[in-house]
Write a protein that binds this ligand. Structure first.
Ligand SMILES: Cc1cc2nc3c(=O)[nH]c(=O)nc-3n(C[C@H](O)[C@H](O)[C@H](O)COP(=O)(O)OP(=O)(O)OC[C@H]3O[C@@H](n4cnc5c(N)ncnc54)[C@H](O)[C@@H]3O)c2cc1C
Length: 213
């Protein structure tokens, strides 16, 4: 899938895509879906998460992360659901505390995270919904963060693990070919994330990911 460039069929060649019309990407996606839906969730979520990075993330590492995701070297997820916050996303408890260097320390548990952990690729980029300490309750107070499984050094090389620990593989009906995980962020107080876009814009922005899968 990586060698054929199938992850980014209709994305701009400027970011490593093939530049085809969206209708071609939709047709390609249908074929892969018919072949193996469980597997397609890995590149699908990667594409959605990469699109968020492309459209919203302003950071010196943005282009590197984009290249790695659009060519499939790294995968992506979407981290909304928590044990006490499913349909009611606004009840989430995952929190973010600002650090002096502008990064955020992330703490919380997400569940049912499709493609949440695996060894298909050397890194995983998690867009994570969390509430910055002191922000209002409910969906209006939710922000979105870019949280790598493995930390990325300023030169683009990979650093130490980012304290994103797999609590378990979910027991669920169907889609057993995809690793749907419980993920614990910051169990040891060492999970660092970057704010993806302005504070409290998390819900609005996460919908862009879902549309771009
Ligand atoms: C295979 C699979 C993959 C998933 N992948 C991801 C993922 O990648 N990332 C992620 O963040 N999440 C993922 N999820 C989680 C998914 O988004 C949640 O399951 C979903 O949001 C529902 O939450 P819940 O399971 O807690 O159910 P609940 O919210 O507890 O709902 C249980 C039942 O109550 C009903 N209900 C809930 N609220 C109301 C209400 N106000 N009025 C009436 N009825 C109501 C619901 O319709 C449902 O029938 C995945 C789930 C599955 C099954």
């Amino acid at each position: 899938m990586r060698r054929g460039g199938w992850l980014s069929v209709s994305d701009s060649p400027d970011v490593g895509g093939q530049g085809f019309p969206t209708i071609i990407a939709a047709a390609v996606s249908q074929m892969f879906l018919a072949g193996n839906q469980a597997f397609l969730m890995y590149p699908g979520l990667t594409h959605g998460a990469a699109r968020l990075v492309e459209d919203f993330f302003q950071h010196p590492l943005r282009d590197l992360i984009l290249e790695k995701m659009y060519n499939g070297a790294w995968t992506g997820t979407m981290c909304l659901t928590e044990p006490g916050a499913g349909s009611d996303v606004g009840a989430l408890k995952t929190s973010a505390r600002k650090n002096p260097d502008g990064t955020y320390s992330i703490t919380g548990t997400k569940c049912f995270i499709s493609a949440g952990d695996h060894n298909l690729t050397e890194n995983i980029i998690h867009p994570v919904l969390a509430r910055i300490e002191g922000d209002p309750p409910g969906t209006k107070g939710i922000s979105i963060f870019v949280v790598p499984k493995i930390r990325i050094n300023p030169d683009g090389s990979l650093g130490e693990p980012n304290d994103v620990v797999t609590g378990g593989i979910e027991s669920k009906m169907g889609i057993h070919g995809n690793a749907t995980c419980t993920l614990n962020f910051g169990e040891n107080g060492k999970c660092i994330g970057w704010l993806m876009v302005e504070e409290r814009e998390g819900m609005k922005v996460m919908f862009h990911l879902i549309l771009a899968i």
